[in-house]
Design a protein around this ligand. Sequence first.
Ligand SMILES: [Ca+2]
Length: 160
Amino acid sequence: MAVQAGTQTFEVKANANSLATTARDAVPLNTGITLNLGDALAISATGLWDGGGCGIFDANGTTCYGNDPITGINYFSLIGKIGADALADNTWFKVGTSYSGVAASAGTLYLAFLDTDSFNNSGFVTASVTAVPEAASWALMLAGLAGVTAVRQVRRRQRA
Ligand SMILES: [Ca+2]
């Protein structure tokens, strides 16, 4: 498994790590984390950033400028992508201040600030990324099911 154990933290910068959908003048952050299809992924982000002209926001961004027509996500959001190349396609998903999901594709995890240009951006958010390999997720889920079954059995015995 390529996924490292534990949680890793990254500074995602509004300027240097902007997706910059129109100007293409900044580069998404490559976390170096490689995910396999089905791996569980949890990300939380704290901090404030500014994309220019609309105010200062957390990783959930703002609808002040509406949604980016390419990704369909509101601007100034923390966004993520799993793939071979950060700029090859537009399979970005919204991370915001809190995300949890399952990797729908295999590849490198990229994080970015969603904006059209980066020249007037400032601030950063600290993203904590926890990736759990699929096999481990299944083990956790089975352990959970075993626990629920055990509790039910105890309750049934108490009722009898
Ligand atoms: Ca901007």
